[in-house]
Design a protein around this ligand. Structure first.
Ligand SMILES: O=C(O)CCC(=O)C(=O)O
Length: 262
């Protein structure tokens, strides 16, 4: 199923903060997924023209019941809740896993637009001291499926398990005369082919690399903690009937379980 066995996936992920799996999805599978995501994207572009032209590089909430029809959403739920993804999540999460959201990444309208180093957690509104604690205490993971070959991402290996150096912090905060797109030492560029999977910790320092015909579907998963699941939009979850069509619905069940406690 994968080019690496689960123990290797687990070891690589925990040491480096990311794992690349090559050629996980074949052309036929990608074509079905691409069809659905293209419909979403074209509708999104019409509704968000000004935002797209100004700066957008991604959309989110792709599985929202108000945005795609049942057939299209079921196909995406079957992908997110597939055995392949479940196996990967079992290899890297310490325990139960909850589905969080989906995102679609594309190129900026302006080819000169620069990318930006960040950790996803910096957008949580938490004070820095809390962010440092949360880094060790909670896992959020992106599983990226590129639909087209793309330059991919630039990551700082191992930064999922440590806080920033002074240089890293000043770059991602654009302080001390630095810019968010400045080069950082120790960075690794991970180019991706269509149908590869890149699994990376949202806690780590990373930035997107724009170019090519980039169109990547990111599935986000997290520990089933109220502090993380509170951000889930219930309209993005499968109905009971759709859940029947999913091989490994555990990630959706975990999300629903936590949402019921909030
Ligand atoms: O691909 C990108 O543009 C950035 C990806 C990213 O930052 C993320 O997935 O959190």
């Amino acid at each position: 199923m994968f080019s690496l066995d689960p123990n290797t996936i687990s070891a690589l992920y925990h040491e480096q903060g990311y794992v690349v799996l090559r050629k996980v999805f074949d052309a036929e599978e990608l074509s079905a997924i691409t069809k659905v995501l293209d419909i979403f994207h074209q509708q999104w572009l019409v509704k968000n023209e000004e935002f797209f032209k100004r700066k957008a590089i991604n959309s989110a909430y792709i599985t929202d019941r108000n945005l795609l029809d049942t057939h299209a959403r079921t196909l995406l739920f079957q992908l997110i809740g597939s055995e392949r993804i479940a196996k990967l999540l079992r290899a890297v999460f310490p325990g139960a896993v909850a589905f969080m959201n989906t995102q679609l990444f594309f190129n900026p309208h302006n080819p000169e637009q620069k990318n930006y180093w960040h950790r996803d957690i910096q957008y949580s509104g938490m004070p820095i001291a809390e962010q440092i604690k949360a880094l060790a205490a909670s896992n959020v993971i992106h599983v990226r499926l590129p639909l087209m070959p793309e330059p991919g991402l630039e990551l700082i290996p191992q930064s999922h398990s440590r806080w920033d150096t002074d240089l890293e912090f000043s770059v991602r905060m654009a302080q001390e005369g630095r810019a968010v797109h400045d080069a950082l030492p120790g960075a690794e560029r991970i180019a991706l082919g269509a149908g590869d999977l890149l699994l990376f910790s949202a806690n780590m320092l990373h930035r997107g690399l724009y170019g090519g015909q980039r169109m990547a579907f990111d599935m986000l998963f997290c520990d089933p903690l109220p502090s993380l699941v509170q951000y889930v939009n219930p309209d993005c979850l499968p109905s009971a009937e759709q859940m029947q069509a999913v091989r490994c619905p555990g990630v959706f069940e975990q999300t629903q379980k936590v949402l019921r406690t909030l």
